[in-house]
Design a protein around this ligand. Structure first.
Ligand SMILES: [Zn+2]
Length: 261
């Protein structure tokens, strides 16, 4: 289903984990993030892209390599792909593909495209690397912490931040590397201030163009990280903040371990 629509940006939301796929329409390019999850959802995104593409070139940004975010890579073989250097250099790629196969086996899901780890055409090696189009500029920022290969993209002049699995309203931080995660949220704060970000699209949950809500997402992440380090996270508070908290308790336990690594 479509979660958010503006002149340039349409965000699709999967029924699973409220995972998003952003589709940005520019003069000469269509830019998509992480097409996901279910075959009918991929078909809907594909049909939408086909309806607006005209002579435009298709780009797909992979925000990171968790299996839910690369699950439909094989459905877009014609796309020019973008991801971080850590995404390309990930060593256990077969393990991610196996997670997709396991998921599809568990739910008897058939797909009309191959399950592949995406080949990346434009590799983001440096923080602040840019990609210029006639009417827009994409600036990429390395965003490790949730996974080592996270990537933020800011699309100017639209003021869109494609945040991957950060700044969600349905998930507290899912932490692989605590120090890196905290630095990435601080980095997001700086980017939002300097780049005049007006809309953020999280990998899971709700897209927002509300300035106060954007700041609230940053503050909520920082507060959780801080409380986690101090051992003072209030779980009743988390239950109030996150409607699916009962499904996330295990992630909170894993985070407690991550902070002491
Ligand atoms: Zn995710």
């Amino acid at each position: 289903m479509r979660q958010f629509e503006s002149e340039q940006l349409t965000v699709f939301q999967s029924v699973l984990y409220q995972t998003t796929s952003a589709v940005i329409k520019t003069k000469e390019a269509i830019i998509v993030t992480d097409p996901n999850w279910l075959p009918n959802e991929i078909a809907e995104i594909k049909a939408y892209i086909e309806s607006i593409i005209g002579d435009r070139k298709l780009y797909i940004i992979y925000t990171h390599s968790d299996y839910d975010h690369i699950i439909a890579a094989g459905a877009f073989p014609q796309a020019t792909t973008i991801a971080s250097v850590a995404f390309v250099n990930r060593t256990n790629k077969e393990q991610v593909l196996e997670q997709i196969r396991q998921f599809d086996a568990q739910y008897y899901i058939e797909r009309d495209y191959p399950i592949v780890y995406p080949h990346i055409d434009i590799v983001i090696k440096e923080d602040g690397q840019t990609l210029e189009f006639p009417d827009i500029t994409c600036t990429f920022y390395l965003s490790p912490g949730h996974t080592a290969d996270g990537l933020f993209t800011v699309v100017e002049p639209y003021g869109i931040l494609l945040a991957g699995d950060y700044l969600s309203d349905v998930e507290f931080p899912f932490i692989e590397d605590y120090e890196a995660y905290a630095a990435t949220v601080q980095h997001a704060q700086t980017i939002i201030a300097h780049k005049k970000v007006e809309v953020i699209v999280p990998g899971h949950g709700t897209t927002t163009n509300n300035r106060a809500e954007i700041q609230n997402r940053i503050d909520t992440s920082l507060l959780y990280l801080n409380n986690l380090a101090n051992g003072s996270v209030d779980e009743t508070e988390l239950q109030k903040l996150y409607p699916f908290y009962t499904g996330l308790t295990e992630m909170h336990e894993l985070n407690k371990k991550a902070v002491h690594k």
